[in-house]
Ligand binder design. Structure first.
Ligand SMILES: *Cc1c(COP(=O)(O)O)cnc(C)c1O
Length: 704
């Protein structure tokens, strides 16, 4: 665990019952109250590691809210909580995806600036072109923004399928910009790509399979268009991490060296070798080790040189994707991080290619990178709210009577005697007694009240032991799970399957943290459970400096009216005031369900760096649909909501599975009518049913 709480703080926060604790603990308790009062935003910065992964876009302001500086260090920032409140006032409910167009512009600028700097530093006699692989995020407003912001750099698009090609053809309007065509291709794909040349683009058809050479040559002949052909090499350099299998001898993609030679021969035999101008490779996404990138670029440079020697008209070297994002901010080669920065990446590519070409006195190629993740991850922030929490029982423990069942007395004895000397042993005893209590209950020897008492005592033992483990430098392996077992569950208004599919599918880590109350100590440790009825619909792995943590530091939900600081929600925050008004329960009418009297104040969490891959891979599990999305742009006076893309309504989601709203309503109307005839339902009830049904159809699939 990364939280660097001093032992005294640890005990104070988690010790819920200290009347039976030994003297040292009670003593610590006093210091604690003092220390925890002085919780600062710096402490929050440290536990959520926001500087590591957030710079230069995300930080914490004096009010304890996350701020976004969409232009990085070049000025202008927004308070994320204020933004959410303002968006809620515009009827944009949570979960909500906010895309910051300025971050997108900044990423493109940064990437090009890094390559420009590297080119100047190594006196590289060629140029660099960036290309966006559309598969990373195909959303129209985003791709349109990318093309617009990329215009000064002739920023290109890369496509991997026919539908993506269709997007690129319609969107890419930068004169002479490259359109890199990857993926498996049929005749229609190839013809369409070639014809893009007539619209002023520069399509490059990248051959992934030997058979495609003939297809391209035939289409080119028929259309009388001279194609630019690229070859995708299957490098022997093994990528690292999750996508390491994208290359290597048995990889799915690309041409082996013998296949590359076959392609060259076929092109030469047809007198078309001059078409071959580009070499492409892609060793996988999120390459966390710079050494893998260096190896790949060295191997690719040699292939490039050999292709020149074979007489191809080589012009471009496309290094694919792989430029990683530092999700945990640790700057290591851990899979959620990277041990290099964008400038190192550019330097290594430029230097290696220059060396290779100089050695053979060849002209330097135009360098291309297809950086997707590195361009679009930062621009989107996913905001969702916590609906409720569930904790392990934490009542104060009172001494057990002599007359209680032996098993309960044993548990009490265990609890009472837990100490630094015996806590490991005590843990195993507690587990065993609790198991025995369950068996005794099943056999009818323990009443339900007794079983409840046993369970409470068991949890109290765990709690006390957990406090002790926090004071120890070394925790025995069998106690490591304790923190996870004791974690609170935070129920969140979100579907992991829809909005963070990679957290579920491949255990990808994203930085997640509260976006407010950061000047307040997070006294709970929790995991997140989503709305779906699927036990996989949870997030229980979080970023950490070393490895991964299984619980996240979170704040206790506050009840409405409790300690509501003026500064937190401002004066005109109707989003939050709305909730406050729930405090007075409405006079209960016949059908009115009275409001939960203990309404909670909103607690908002943000998931960051999720702009790549998540949206399109999300699915409709449990029919939670696409979420609301907005595009925000900074203006001299503040910000502007450039686009609002409303999330799915229930009717839309239902139509994906072939239920038509009208038919559904009609069938419910008929059944209600019949029930009315049969006196099974009152008219008021049937009207309420229909109203609710129709209203649900037209509303968001998430909770209000
Ligand atoms: C997926 C993909 C990319 C993007 O990779 P990132 O690591 O996201 O930059 C680039 N090129 C090709 C061919 C791809 O398949």
């Amino acid at each position: 665990m990364e939280v660097e709480l001093t032992p005294t703080i640890g005990i104070g926060n988690y010790n819920r019952d200290n009347e039976h604790s030994q003297a040292p603990v009670a003593e610590n308790q006093e210091q604690v109250t003092e220390i925890s009062k002085s919780w600062t935003i710096e402490d929050s910065e440290k536990i959520y590691r926001i500087e590591g992964w957030g710079e230069p876009y995300f930080s914490i302001n004096a009010a304890g809210h996350v701020t976004v500086s969409p232009k990085g260090d070049r000025g202008g920032s927004l308070d994320l909580l204020e933004l959410i409140v303002a968006l809620k006032q515009r009827n944009l409910g949570l979960p909500l995806l906010i895309r910051f167009s300025d971050i997108l512009a900044d990423r493109i600028e940064r990437l090009h600036a890094c390559f420009a700097k590297a080119i100047a530093r190594y006196k590289y006699p060629g140029t660099y072109l960036g290309a966006f692989p559309i598969k990373c995020n195909q959303h129209r407003h985003l791709v349109e923004d990318l093309v617009r912001f990329g215009q000064p750099y002739q920023f290109a698009l890369e496509v991997g399928s026919k539908p993506e090609l269709m997007i690129a053809l319609a969107t890419l309007k930068t004169p002479d910009a490259l359109l890199i065509c990857n993926g498996y291709k049929d005749r229609e794909y190839i013809e369409t790509a070639l014809l893009a040349m007539r619209l002023g683009q520069k399509p490059v058809i990248v051959i992934e399979q030997v058979e495609e050479v003939h297809l391209v040559m035939r289409a080119a002949l028929a259309l009388e268009i001279e194609p630019v052909i690229g070859l995708r090499a299957k490098l022997s350099t093994q990528g690292t991490g999750r996508w390491g299998q994208s290359t290597g001898d048995r990889a799915k993609f690309g041409l082996t060296i013998p296949e590359i030679l076959t392609c060259v021969e076929q092109l030469r035999d047809a007198g078309n070798l001059s078409y071959l101008q580009l070499l492409h490779f892609h060793i996988g996404s999120q390459i966390s080790a710079i050494s893998a990138i260096k190896d790949a670029i060295r191997e690719a440079s040699q292939i490039y040189i050999e292709l020149c020697a074979l007489g191809a008209n080589m012009h471009y070297l496309d290094v694919g994707g792989g430029l990683a994002v530092d999700y945990d901010g640790s700057k290591t080669n851990f899979h959620a991080s990277k041990n290099y920065n964008m400038q190192n990446y550019a330097n290594d590519i430029v230097a290696a290619v220059k060396d290779a070409c100089m050695a053979r006195q060849l002209p330097a190629p135009v360098l291309i990178s297809e950086s997707g993740r590195a361009i679009v991850s930062h621009q989107s922030v996913l905001i969702f709210n916590v609906l409720s929490t569930s904790d392990v029982p934490s009542e104060t423990v009172t001494p057990v009577k002599e007359t209680e069942h032996l098993i309960i007395r044993n548990l009490w004895e265990t609890y009472y005697t837990i100490s630094v000397e015996n806590y490991q042993e005590a843990y195993h005893d507690a587990i065993q007694f609790n198991e025995e209590a369950k068996s005794l209950f099943s056999l009818g020897y323990l009443s339900i009240t007794e079983r409840a008492q046993a369970e409470r005592l068991y949890w109290s033992c765990c709690q006390k032991i957990l406090e002790i483990t926090k004071t120890q430098d070394y925790v025995p392996d069998d106690l490591e799970e304790l923190e996870k077992i004791m974690a609170s569950i935070y129920y969140v208004n979100l579907s992991v399957f829809q909005s963070v599919p990679d957290a579920w599918a491949i255990n990808q880590l994203f930085p997640i943290m509260p976006i407010h109350r950061l000047d307040e100590e997070p006294t709970r440790l929790g995991i997140l459970a989503d709305l779906t009825c699927d036990s996989d619909g949870k997030i229980d792995q979080f970023i950490d400096l070393r490895d991964v943590k299984s619980v996240l530091e979170l704040h206790e939900l506050r009840e409405v009216g409790e300690n509501l600081p003026e500064s937190e929600f401002g004066n005109n925050c109707s989003g939050i005031i709305d909730c406050c008004q729930k405090k007075s329960p409405s006079p209960s009418k016949s059908l009115e369900i009275s409001q939960n009297q203990k309404s909670k104040q909103p607690y908002y969490l943000g998931l960051f760096l999720g702009g790549a891959y998540q949206e399109i891979m999300g699915n409709l599990h449990n029919l939670f649909g696409e979420i609301n999305a907005v595009h925000i742009r900074l203006t001299p006076r503040g910000y502007e909501i450039e686009q609002v893309v409303k999330g799915d309504t229930a009717a839309q989601v239902l139509s994906y599975v072939q239920y038509e709203a009208e038919d559904l309503v009609e069938s419910i109307r008929r059944r209600a009518e019949q029930a009315l005839q049969e006196h099974q339902i009152t008219l008021a009830q049937s009207q309420r049913l229909l109203q609710n049904y129709e209203k649900s159809l037209s509303s968001y699939t998430y909770l209000n």
